[in-house]
Design a protein around this ligand. Structure first.
Ligand code: NAD
Ligand code: TYD
Length: 353
């Protein structure tokens, strides 16, 4: 039997997960990497085509809400480490169907914690449960200030409430059972392979197709954007070098009001598509705001920077340009994920707004 460490990555067929899986499979031939994913609308094995045949890569189709299946998998494989990314991740969907978020994000996380605890309770030495979370748990900022690791939780959407709850469970298992854990809370990610329900890929797809660009409210909401490859690099660093029981905030030092970001996106896309400068600005359409819309997120990432030496490797303009290129070069991927149920989703979210 192999003596290699067995690492479980949940949600590895999703946006951030696929970049983490690829990084770990390629960088750590001394690990066996198990990607566990339910393949919901957001999971796509095509995201992993470059590594699917690697000898240290294994895929397990499973739902983290299914306690018996999760327990059986831990009994069979005895995963030494867990990187937990599987989640329902879109705020607008959480407003329409909060219970789906309670099930996957809270119950699914507790199922994983229980299975991990029961496997290693006698000796946690060298084991790790790493929970990947979001800055949205901290709520909304005014026009100044930054989220620090010590900022009180104040979630406003069903999505952020479910992630906050899962973070609390992870810390509670640390206190109660001595379970070795780490948590990171990251700002908004963008980059290749993101499902086109989130702002940047949805707008890239609509600009490409000359469809309206639905800007919520006054468009002056602020997010702190991070290139997904930089998030994956941070996850690798925290997994290996971060301190046990600690939380690290991860962010791009890169705040944008939505409307300003959209204008940069339009500028880059018009140039790449050979359209006149600013031509696609006519697609901007202000629509009814999202209920409970958080005004501003911004991360103080100085802890991960000073302790682990992490900082973003690309500027926003570079990351955005690479992202647009990826979507334009991967039309097949984009067309396949926007066929079928996507149209129903779009009509429900936008036509009925
Ligand atoms: P995503 O929606 O793109 O992918 C989620 C993945 O989880 C999919 O592959 C899906 O099939 C899988 N999944 C969903 N429910 C499952 C279940 N019940 N059992 C097993 N697998 C299931 O999400 P993402 O954007 O890649 O986010 C990954 C993680 O990072 C999430 O925990 C999210 O909260 C967190 N995060 C995301 C961002 C962001 O900007 N996208 C920022 C900070 C933190
Ligand atoms: P989103 O990508 O959904 O991420 P989050 O809500 O988790 O931050 O949205 C980013 C910002 O863009 C947020 O302020 C909502 C806004 N937005 C729009 O204006 N129009 C859209 O169609 C979408 C999806 C988002």
């Amino acid at each position: 039997m192999s003596s290699k460490k067995k690492i479980l990555i949940t949600g590895g067929a999703g946006f951030i997960g696929c970049h983490v899986v690829k990084l770990f499979v390629e960088k750590y031939s001394n690990y066996e990497i198990y990607n566990l994913d339910a393949l919901t609308y957001a999971g796509n094995l095509e995201n992993l085509s470059t590594i699917e045949k690697a000898p240290n890569y294994h895929f397990i189709k499973a739902d983290i809400v299914d306690k018996e299946h999760i327990d059986a998998l831990f009994q069979e494989y005895k995963f030494d480490g867990v990187l937990h990314l599987a989640a329902e991740s879109h705020v607008d969907r959480s407003i329409k169907d909060p219970l789906a978020f309670v099930k996957t994000n809270i119950i699914g996380t507790v199922n994983l914690l229980n299975a991990f605890r029961d496997t290693w309770m006698d000796n946690f030495e060298g084991k790790l449960f790493y929970h990947i979370s979001t800055d949205e748990v901290y709520g909304s900022l005014g026009s100044t200030g930054l989220f620090e690791e010590t900022t009180s939780y104040d979630p406003n959407s069903p999505y952020s409430a479910s992630k906050a709850s899962s973070d609390h469970f992870v810390r509670a298992y640390g206190e109660t059972y001595g379970l070795p854990f780490k948590i990171t809370n990251c700002s908004n990610n963008y980059g290749p392979n993101q499902f086109p329900e989130k702002l940047i890929p949805l707008f890239i797809n609509n600009i490409r197709n000359n469809n309206p660009l639905p800007v919520y409210g006054d468009g002056r909401y602020t997010r702190d954007w991070l290139y997904v490859i930089d998030h994956a690099r941070a996850i690798d660093l925290v997994y290996h070098d971060g301190r046990l029981g600690e939380t690290y905030n991860i962010g791009g030092f890169n705040e944008w009001q939505n409307i300003d970001l959209i204008k940069i996106l339009i500028q880059q896309m018009d140039e790449k598509l050979g359209r006149a400068k600013g031509e696609s600005e006519k697609l901007i359409t202000y629509v009814t705001d999202r209920p409970g819309h958080d005004r501003r997120y911004a991360i103080d990432a100085s802890k991960i920077n000073s302790e682990l030496g992490w900082k973003p490797s690309v500027t926003f303009e570079e990351g955005l340009s690479e992202t647009i290129d990826w979507y334009l070069e991967n039309e097949k991927w984009l067309n396949s994920v926007t066929s079928g149920d996507y149209k129903k989703y779009y009509d429900k979210m936008y036509t009925e707004r």
